[in-house]
Design a protein around this ligand. Sequence first.
Ligand code: GCU
Length: 341
Amino acid sequence: MRNYYGIALVLLLVVSSLLGCSAKAVGEGQGEGPLIMRLAHNQGENHPIHTSLSEFASLVEEKSEGRIDMKVYPGGQLGSEREAIELTQTGAIDFAKVSASTVENFSEEYSIFSLPYLFDGEDHFYKVMNSSIAEELYDETRDIGFRGLTFYDSGTRHFYTKDTPILHPDDLQGLKIRVQPTPTTIEMIELMGGAPTPMPFGEVYTSLQQGVIDGTENNETALTDANHGEVAKEYSFSGHAIVPDILIINEKKWNELTKDQRNLIQEAAEESTVFHKEVWRKAVESAIVKSKENGVTFHEVDKEPFAEAVQPLHEEFAAKESTADYYKEIREMSTEGTKGE
Ligand code: GCU
């Protein structure tokens, strides 16, 4: 939840952006100080994505020889992901790292990433994200004030609950399951038979603890870095979604930068994505080990009944205008030829 410090900081950033303080073109030898660029995200400082965003920030500073000074605001101190996107849209901050699912509320095309069992697995995911499909999607939001620069692996999402493992969609009956606040994730839980409870990530721990929700779904690092494993003890490998994190930048700021600055920022972004792949793999392994030590039980699950339950969503996505082409192209790049493996 946002604190007073966060609110004050947001106000300060909004005022300074209105006054144009952070919108100057980078000091190109005019004796000005460095250009300050701000980036917000909602994970803690020990989370792997913070490590990789800090790497991005260092790379930008190095490549610009100190003419760009990056400030990273972790832990949702500037607000939820939705708020971080809004701050980026208005130019109060320059960058945000958010889940691709959150972008669905701004651009329907992005709903493709919340579609359960869209990707066969990690290989299929990386193949698509390293193709021109991802680049097309990054451009979809340019006319609403921001663009995507790169993606970060945020693993595979699975269900976890306080006390009842989710081995079959029937096990979701009557359970309140927190989802990311998007139409697609809400529909997914409804089709599987649970009661969807949309809320921002920062509210999940307390909601689990207080019994507002019975469970949620996320990658394994949420158990350790966000401490969800302290209260949710049953983690079931349903593997229903692989949703990338996306690094976005304010469109106006992007266009005000010089060509060299744009190139160096793009290069730094892509290099941090490669850096993150290994950081992420190790983080997931260690989250599983630590969670087992802390009493979390991991369950293997037959994914087929879950994938069958969400077939209506696949039909919807194959037909609706905003996603039909993306859906077709992504499925054609399937590495296994079957859904939900
Ligand atoms: C992932 C993702 C976050 C997102 C979170 C969520 O952890 O990386 O950006 O906020 O899911 O479930 O909301």
